[in-house]
Design a protein around this ligand. Structure first.
Ligand SMILES: Cc1cc2nc3c(=O)[nH]c(=O)nc-3n(C[C@H](O)[C@H](O)[C@H](O)COP(=O)(O)OP(=O)(O)OC[C@H]3O[C@@H](n4cnc5c(N)ncnc54)[C@H](O)[C@@H]3O)c2cc1C
Length: 213
């Protein structure tokens, strides 16, 4: 089946399909807006990466008491939450030896996603209409195009009235790979960054919206 035709002008192009980009894409799509999400890799989830069987988390692993939006999102997507076992001693290994610390040095109850943290991202992506996420599409340019913005990515050229950068802060702050010809508002879509609310400050900095001045 061929991909649906791209609209001439999107309301928003979201760059990055980590949990922030997916959350923003879903929120905007739920509002009835035309959205396109571009992801550089061949998978969604970004730093939420789990082994294929979901038993090992290779990036984000735990959620903590008070992270209500992450829990709500998991609940909405029917993702199970497990209590992290914290009784017993903690072990860690350095170059010299394996060390044993008495008790749990973190001292707070933690929780894990039953099928790995990446399942949150893949389940959220599965709620989006076909074609809304483009994988293997690293965005490389954002330029002005009259009263809209033009985003260039591998194999994709899209026009939009808004662009959301949902990439890590180190990339969002680097003007070289993504040249935005538009003003950046400070945190216009922070509420859309619902995925990892306990780490919201870091994520929020990663989310910038390019708007026409
Ligand atoms: C080892 C590790 C352990 C962690 N443990 C925890 C934890 O236990 N609990 C917790 O809450 N958090 C944890 N974190 C942090 C958590 O993973 C991140 O805060 C969260 O996943 C960030 O999500 P994000 O969507 O903002 O960014 P990312 O997940 O980094 O997503 C950004 C996406 O943008 C894509 N991208 C980048 N450049 C482009 C481009 N030019 N064009 C298109 N796409 C692009 C990337 O491929 C990526 O998919 C951990 C992180 C790591 C690395």
């Amino acid at each position: 089946m061929s991909a649906p035709a791209m609209p001439d002008l999107f309301d928003a192009v979201v760059i990055g399909a980590g949990i922030a980009g997916l959350s923003v894409t879903a929120a905007l799509a739920d509002s009835g807006l035309e959205v396109l999400c571009l992801e550089a890799r061949d998978r969604v989830g970004g730093r939420m990466l789990s082994s294929d069987d979901g038993s090992l988390d290779l990036g984000a692993t735990w959620l903590w008491p008070g992270e209500h939006r992450a829990r709500q999102l998991a609940g909405r997507l029917a993702i199970g939450i497990l209590k992290q076992r914290i009784d017993g001693d903690a072990l860690y290994e350095d170059a010299a030896a394996v060390h044993r610390l008495r008790g749990n040095p973190i001292g707070a109850p933690a929780y894990r996603y039953a099928n790995g943290a990446q399942s949150l991202a893949t389940a959220l992506a599965a709620t989006l209409p076909a074609g809304m996420i483009r994988l293997r599409a690293p965005a490389s340019t954002i330029s002005r195009d009259g009263r809209s913005l033009r985003v260039g990515a591998a194999g994709v050229e899209a026009r939009a009235t808004h662009v959301v950068l949902a990439v890590p802060p180190s990339l969002a702050g680097d003007e070289r790979p993504l040249r935005a010809g538009a003003a950046r508002s400070p945190d216009p879509v922070g509420a859309g960054h619902a995925g990892m609310d306990g780490r919201g400050q870091q994520g929020r900095r990663a989310v910038r919206e390019c708007v026409l001045a």
